[in-house]
Design a protein around this ligand. Structure first.
Ligand code: AMP
Ligand code: MG
Length: 310
């Protein structure tokens, strides 16, 4: 392995580090968001085709608005059941902050609308919230794009693809190393719009997932109601955060954790990080501060580093 790397490095040096070739791009609208993908490698066309098919099928299978999705038929294949079991494990891991059974609640708030239909946001009463919480129904919206990234990596491994970067609407999945050995640089969006507030650098295949209060919301009487719900209160999580970015090798885990940490807030989120060794996180606080765990390679902004010890 080492020798292969040396040969590759030598080739790069001999070639005078030729400018990076543009990759094969592909854009699609899926899971309510634009997905931008770029592939490098001789199977780039096949990769674009395969991933488009995988994501489209994933959306259809787990749709919360289509009557023929497995969520409504209740017939789960073995593979689908594995994903449900994993979602349940992630719920337990996050002390219930990630809860994959909030469909009744999200529907009540009006966060679900069929494609091409305007959302119908409402402010529910406490009684309605309690009824929805007492009616748990699966909704994998909190992990589906991350899972899409995970499936994408598996599909790319079976193809002749050197590297790829997939932006699945706030979920970024990188694949493979860049030929010049530099990291992938992923911008973290500013919660107030207007560009990015920092850059996270990762090497190789990695998932960088952000959950934020600016991604889907409505406003009423000057108050913002966003789509990440606190399973304890039944209302949009009010944990003092604007966004959380999680960096993790596994897309599904990254996606669940970003949602969960957003619900948990900084202190509990850091506690979970200290008990774990599989992710790093960047917290953007409502007061504008940015805090990043010590392994998160964040640049381009001022931030406080969170260490392993208290
Ligand atoms: P994300 O954008 O990945 O943070 O996920 C938000 C989506 O996950 C929402 O649109 C809902 O479908 C679902 N969701 C909302 N609140 C939660 C929660 N506390 N746990 C799990 N899924 C949630
Ligand atoms: Mg998520």
């Amino acid at each position: 392995m080492k020798r292969v790397l040396c040969v590759m490095l030598l080739c790069a040096l001999l070639c005078g580090c030729a400018r990076e070739q543009p990759g094969r791009g592909q854009t699609l609208f899926c899971m309510n968001t634009f997905m931008d993908m770029t592939f490098w490698g001789s199977d780039a066309d096949a990769a674009a085709e395969d991933l488009t098919a995988i994501f489209t099928e994933l959306e259809r299978t787990w749709s919360v608005t289509r009557g023929d999705s497995c969520l409504y038929t209740g017939n789960f294949t073995a593979e689908q059941q594995v994903l449900l079991d994993r979602a349940e494990q992630l719920r337990l891991r996050t002390g219930g902050a990630f809860d994959p059974r909030l469909r009744s609640l999200s529907t009540l708030w009006g966060f679900y609308n069929a494609q091409n239909q305007e959302p119908d946001f409402t402010l529910p009463t406490q009684t309605q919230i309690e009824q929805a919480l007492a009616d748990p129904r699966w909704d994998l919206g909190g992990i589906l794009k991350g899972y899409a990234g995970e499936l994408a990596v598996q599909a790319l491994e079976a193809l002749n693809i050197d590297r790829a970067i997939l932006n699945l609407g706030g979920n970024v999945q990188t694949y493979g190393e860049k030929p010049d050995g530099t990291p992938w640089n992923i911008a973290i969006q500013s919660p107030d719009g207007g560009g990015h507030l920092g850059v996270v650098s990762v090497m190789g295949t990695m998932s960088v997932v952000t959950s934020g209060d600016y991604q889907r919301y409505f406003e009423k009487d000057g108050v913002r109601y966003h789509h990440i719900l606190d399973p304890e209160t039944g209302s949009p999580a009010a944990s003092g955060l604007r966004s959380v970015t999680v960096i993790c090798q596994n897309g599904t885990t990254a996606d669940a954790l970003s949602t969960a940490l957003f619900v948990m807030g900084l202190d509990k989120g850091v506690e979970l990080w200290r008990q774990s060794d599989d992710f790093e996180a960047v917290f953007v606080l409502a007061d504008g501060r940015i805090c990043a765990t010590q392994g998160a390679a964040l640049s381009g902004c001022e931030y406080e580093v969170i260490g392993r010890e208290n």
